[in-house]
Design a protein around this ligand. Structure first.
Ligand SMILES: Cc1cc2nc3c(=O)[nH]c(=O)nc-3n(C[C@H](O)[C@H](O)[C@H](O)COP(=O)(O)OP(=O)(O)OC[C@H]3O[C@@H](n4cnc5c(N)ncnc54)[C@H](O)[C@@H]3O)c2cc1C
Length: 303
């Protein structure tokens, strides 16, 4: 039986692993995709302390992983399909089999919220993207659109200026939500043109994205925009489908925790973006992971 299994190798999961092994527990970290979580989807992290000038997302996660492995965290490629409570322990059913553990940390993060408009699903991967770092290169010298007004939308619009000839930043309000420094940098860039008070109502194209159908949110006036790609950053969906009926979630599907990262189920903890929290960033995920591991250790030892 394991002391602790951590689901998800993003910033929260790696940090939980580091703190768990340093507390004397044997920690197993499971990841269904490439290790690193959402940080792999961004080119440059400028606000993680200790890296003045910033650091590449993949490089930062490579350092987290090395740190965790060097300290003895076991990291395996596997996907958890089900979590069952059995007396005082948990059984995880995974792609590879079953794992029994005394405690579990849910660090499964979030995924992109889709726009939910016609054409989006059909043209996903054919010009509809949720990751500028992964796909931006394919739109060299093309005009594209970014939908959203928060940090991720504005940051990624700026990243796309490396490749694309023009980026329309489509936002449903008349001002951005992103932090001031990101806004200024984006709006000062001549390649970025904001389209205020505008929503996308349909994505059109035969075999790839050709045109967006738009609507002005104030006047209701329709419009259209010819672009070769559209990058969607309109919010996050919690990766919590596994936990429905197991732990208490909020109305948006985020896991409810106390300040020690305890959930409604004893022995089951949550950390990072998947939990109900006022800020979803690397620095908060890291802090949550540390707290969750220390609380799990106290739970096991009864201290
Ligand atoms: C485009 C973009 C730009 C960003 N820019 C910044 C920034 O500049 N600064 C900053 O601080 N933050 C930034 N963020 C936010 C930051 O990436 C997240 O807050 C952080 O990654 C959350 O970490 P996490 O460990 O909670 O979850 P995640 O990073 O989401 O990792 C969760 C992991 O769990 C895995 N997983 C899910 N379900 C399962 C399962 N059933 N079995 C096994 N594995 C599973 C997932 O595959 C994933 O790898 C950005 C995010 C995006 C998308």
């Amino acid at each position: 039986m394991k002391d602790i299994v951590i689901i998800g190798a993003g910033p929260a999961g790696f940090t939980a692993g580091i703190y768990a092994v340093r507390s004397g527990m044997d920690a197993l970290l499971l990841e269904r995709r490439a290790t690193g979580g959402q940080v792999l989807d961004t080119d440059w992290i400028e606000n993680y302390p200790g890296f003045p000038g910033g650091i590449n997302g993949a490089e930062l996660m490579g350092r987290f992983e090395k740190h965790a492995r060097d300290l003895g965290v076991s990291i395996e490629s596997d996907e958890v399909h089900e979590i069952r409570r059995e007396q005082d322990s948990f059984v995880l059913r995974t792609r590879k089999g079953e794992i029994k553990t005394k405690t579990v940390i849910l660090a499964t993060g979030t995924g992109p919220r889709p726009l939910g408009v016609e054409g989006e699903d059909r043209l996903r991967g054919k010009g509809v993207s949720y990751c500028a770092v992964c796909d931006g290169f394919f739109f060299r010298d093309q005009e594209v659109a970014v939908v959203g007004g928060g940090d991720a939308a504005v940051e990624e619009a700026h990243f796309l200026t490396r490749f694309c000839s023009k980026i329309y930043l489509i936002h449903r309000r008349d001002q951005l939500r992103a932090v001031g420094s990101l806004q200024r940098r984006a709006l000062d860039n001549p390649k970025i043109e904001p389209l205020w008070d505008t929503v996308v109502t349909e994505i059109r194209g035969e075999n790839s994205v050709e045109e967006l159908i738009l609507k002005n949110t104030k006047t209701g006036a329709p419009g259209n925009l010819k672009v070769g790609g559209v990058f969607i950053y309109v919010g996050l969906v919690a990766n919590s489908y596994l936990y429905k009926g197991l732990v208490e979630l909020d109305e948006r599907g985020f896991v409810k925790t106390d300040v020690e990262m305890g959930t409604s189920v004893p022995g089951l903890f949550a950390a990072g973006d998947v939990r109900k929290t006022p800020l979803r960033q690397v620095v908060t995920a890291v802090a949550d992971g540390a707290v969750a591991a220390i609380t799990a250790e106290k739970y096991i030892t009864g201290s």
